[in-house]
Design a protein around this ligand. Structure first.
Ligand code: DX5
Ligand code: ZN
Length: 216
């Protein structure tokens, strides 16, 4: 099965957001990945809801929202109001993860849980059945253009085994340092969705690059 491809807006040209979103619209990308940061959960700040409210007017792809913030449950209604398809919250940011997942679904969205590189997949053993997706960070979250952490391949295999053993349909998405080489390794390890920021937007022909990821 072909992977789902989710270019990350973080590496777009913010002076030309509409142009870059229209490029995504015209590509084989499946989703647009949106990284929201708070400068607390991670040491950086990106863009917020006023920017995304305008962006959603031109974006034809499903929105895959990755919240790198503390207390993400406070923003479920804002994310739902964007018309987001998937809302990803960090495992490390949610004391009452089951409650947050339930609220995301009640707001009409798919629910994803993100793991930082140091967080083991085994911690999902008692929540995986309630998740539409697990997002494995293959870099420490906060910045585009970082080096892929190779151990993510082992985590992907372990998560694939858990999902298959339980007979679930939970998707596995990987975020950080994805290119054609790491993308192929991740798909072989059992990933379903690839996020790619700098590899897509810094390439001379982003539409062709998205095609190459889609046909890995
Ligand atoms: C990092 C973000 C990523 C980022 C990936 O914190 O979650 O989505 O945009 O960028 P690349 O693909 O350049 O590693
Ligand atoms: Zn992300």
């Amino acid at each position: 099965m072909r992977p789902l491809i989710a270019p990350s807006l973080l590496s777009a040209n913010f002076l030309n957001l509409q142009r870059d979103v229209e490029m995504i619209n015209n590509s084989e990308a499946d989703w647009l990945h949106l990284d929201i940061m708070d400068g607390v959960f991670i040491p950086n700040i990106s863009f917020g809801f006023p920017v995304l409210a305008d962006l959603k007017k031109v974006c034809k792809k499903k929105l895959d929202v990755h919240l790198m913030i503390v207390e993400p449950q406070k923003f479920i209604h804002e994310v739902a109001a964007l018309g987001a398809y998937m809302m990803n919250v960090h495992y490390e940011a949610c004391t009452h993860l089951h409650r947050v997942i339930t609220a995301i679904k009640e707001a009409g969205m798919k629910a994803g849980v993100t793991l930082n590189p140091h967080t083991p997949v085994v911690l999902l053993e008692d929540i995986i059945q309630d998740l539409d997706m697990v997002l494995l960070m293959s870099v420490n979250p906060g910045y585009g253009g970082q080096k892929f952490i190779t151990h993510t391949l082992d985590k992907t295999k372990a998560l694939r085994e858990m999902i298959d053993r339980k007979g679930l349909k939970t998707l596995i998405e990987i975020d950080g340092g994805v290119n054609l080489q790491t993308g192929k390794q991740l798909l072989d390890a059992g990933a379903d969705v690839l996020v790619a920021g700098s590899f897509v937007f810094n390439s001379p022909d982003p539409i062709q690059t998205i095609h190459e990821l889609k046909t890995l």
